[in-house]
Ligand binder design. Structure first.
Ligand code: ADP
Ligand code: 5GP
Length: 192
């Protein structure tokens, strides 16, 4: 049986990654979505166990000690981690998997699974657009937005370090490009 592929999407907060991933989840159901654990507060509209497993710090620390994560990182002052069991089982059973990670997580996956992984970086048209999108989304207080924009500037310095770069200027165009990359990575053509 072929090993599954690990497809990682990286994008500064506010780029439109969740919007694009929601469409992928609906249109490419055979791609299994990795649900990370996080200590960040749940946002309105999010569902525990669907968007993330929302944990307190103590439970997250116990999972680190138990080696439950293949990688974990502190992002925007909260902890995020990827399930080792999900990834190992998927690889063994030939399941193609989709991960939404920050640059530290993408680096870790590349280091651990250089042959089995592909990383797609999604960039916003500009930092000003990113700020507008975060404000329009309306899910975060101003200080959280400020921190995310500061981190975005750092993450954007890494945009050429991965396997693919997609610009999310016009959403339909960005989605079409992302989907074609993913289908290629899954060993399929656009025509199926
Ligand atoms: P992320 O998951 O990368 O933090 P979201 O998917 O939550 O970002 O998108 C942030 C905001 O920007 C949302 O309000 C979304 O509707 C909007 N958005 C996403 N893509 C575009 C785009 N191409 N043009 C304009 N607004 C967009
Ligand atoms: P958000 O709080 O907006 O959902 O996500 C914040 C950042 O954490 C995003 O860049 C997202 O990709 C990243 N992230 C989510 N889950 C994980 C994970 O399991 N590991 C790592 N390293 N980053 C993650």
């Amino acid at each position: 049986m072929p090993r599954g592929r690990l497809i990682v999407i990286v994008a500064p907060s506010g780029t439109g990654k969740s919007t694009l991933i929601d469409r992928l989840k609906a249109e490419v159901p055979e791609l299994k979505w990795s649900v990370s654990c996080t200590t960040r507060p749940i946002r309105e509209g999010e569902v525990d166990g669907v968007n993330y497993y929302f944990l307190d710090r103590q439970t997250f620390s116990e999972k680190i000690a138990d080696h439950d994560f293949i990688e974990w990182a502190v992002v925007h002052s909260n902890f995020y981690g990827t399930s080792k069991e999900f990834t190992d089982t998927g690889l063994k059973n030939g399941v193609n998997m989709l991960f939404d990670l920050d640059v530290q997580g993408a680096d870790a996956i590349k280091r651990l699974y250089p042959k089995d992984s592909a990383v797609i970086f999604i960039e916003p048209p500009s930092v000003e657009d990113l700020l507008k999108r975060l404000k329009k989304r309306g899910t975060d207080p101003q200080e959280v937005i400020d921190e995310r924009v500061r981190n975005a500037k750092k993450e954007l310095l890494r945009k050429n370090d991965f396997d693919y770069l997609v610009m999310n200027d016009e959403i339909d165009k960005a989605y079409a490009k992302l989907k074609s990359i993913i289908l290629k990575e899954m060993g399929k053509s656009e025509r199926g």
